[in-house]
Design a protein around this ligand. Structure first.
Ligand code: HPA
Ligand code: ZN
Length: 342
């Protein structure tokens, strides 16, 4: 039996053990994407919100998508139950509690204010709940964090400007701005003005690019938006010259293997470009994106990709180190966390 299991499992047990215990950061996580179906149902009940699913199993069964847009339709629908400050707080605590169990010591979290303000929920309600959750998570479990406000790219730039105006009151709580939602047809250049203004206001910038969209979008995000980090960036892996440039620039990529698999960005994980990026010296990181929808949190992502790409212990260590190096912490803070990796 043991012999059989060891044939079935291609991965060295020590790699899995290392993945679970190594301290690491998560840099690409949408807080709305951590809404488990059970919590969705309980918040709907608490808020007297009429959800189209009768129970958590029915909701889970509806998580059936083969591309980004099909996923987003379900994700925005689910986010409808988030109405009160305490809903955002509870959602954050639930994620951080899992993060602690996975040895995540630092996390940089996306939130999509427009997903909520468009439904009549106040910006202040969203950000106060999230912020209080982050402060409590640090107090309870010592997990440090940064917050990234993401503009929805399927909406127009004017709407993003309005969101930026609202965010200015909360500058001390928000480190960076990002760009997410439906990629194809909404190139980074559509948001040139609002990214320039965001940078002038002191925010760092990141953007989803090259998830479903082409390599051109990755280049635009760097050249036109001046981003400090690429979210996904998968489309870069076939261009050798560009890989060299990413490596020289030390431009981090926040890759999300299980998300890529569920959204059809890769057909199977053996085709995932993570190892190509690592071999080319690109600062690649592993992240979970929307774990409640994609079937796995951070360690599941590490394990799945380690198994499919035969990663060894030094790859895992490199990924953990990259996650700290690619974060928006100060040099001194990074050094303190890197020491914990050893
Ligand atoms: N891609 C784009 N937008 C998103 C995603 C994603 O994976 N998750 C939540 N918003
Ligand atoms: Zn994402």
């Amino acid at each position: 039996m043991v012999y059989l299991l060891s044939i079935i499992s291609h991965m060295d047990n020590s790699v899995e053990k290392l993945i679970k215990k190594i301290p690491k950061a998560e840099l690409h996580l949408h807080i709305e994407g951590t809404l488990e179906s059970e919590m969705m149902l309980s918040l709907a009940k608490r808020n007297n919100f009429e959800l189209k699913y009768r129970d958590a199993e029915e909701a889970k069964r509806a998580y059936n998508f083969s591309n980004l847009q099909e996923f987003l339709d379900i994700y925005y629908e689910g986010a409808g139950v988030l109405l009160q400050e305490e809903d955002f707080y509870d959602l954050m605590i639930a994620y951080l509690s899992r993060a602690k169990d996975e040895n995540i010591i630092h996390t940089e979290i996306f939130f999509d204010p427009q997903t909520h303000t468009s439904r009549g929920v106040k910006f202040s309600t969203v950000i106060t709940g999230i912020r209080n959750g982050l402060v409590e998570g640090e107090r309870r479990w010592g997990i440090s964090s940064k917050l990234i406000m993401s503009y929805l790219r399927h909406l127009d730039e004017k709407d993003a400007f309005k969101t930026l105006e609202e965010a200015l009151k909360y500058k001390g709580w928000i480190t960076a701005v990002g760009l997410d939602s439906s990629e194809v047809g909404h190139p980074p250049s559509k948001f040139r003005g609002v990214f320039e203004r965001s940078a002038r206001e002191g925010f760092l910038t990141v953007a989803h690019a090259g998830e479903e969209g082409p390599l051109e979008y990755v280049k635009e995000a760097i050249e036109v938006l001046g981003i400090a980090r690429i979210d996904h960036g998968n489309a870069s892996h076939r261009d050798r010259e560009f890989l060299k440039k990413l490596s020289e620039m030390k431009m981090p990529l926040t890759l999300c293997p299980l998300s890529n698999l569920k959204l059809g960005v890769v057909k199977n994980l053996r085709e995932h470009p993570l190892k190509i990026f690592l071999d080319a010296g690109v600062m690649a990181t592993v992240n979970s994106d929307d774990p409640a929808y994609f079937g796995g949190y951070l360690n599941d992502n590490y394990i799945a990709v380690a198994e499919s790409l035969s990663l060894n212990e030094s790859h895992i260590k490199k990924l953990a180190v990259n996650s700290i190096e690619a974060s928006f912490l100060s040099k001194a803070e990074k050094n303190a966390l890197l020491e914990r990796i050893g």
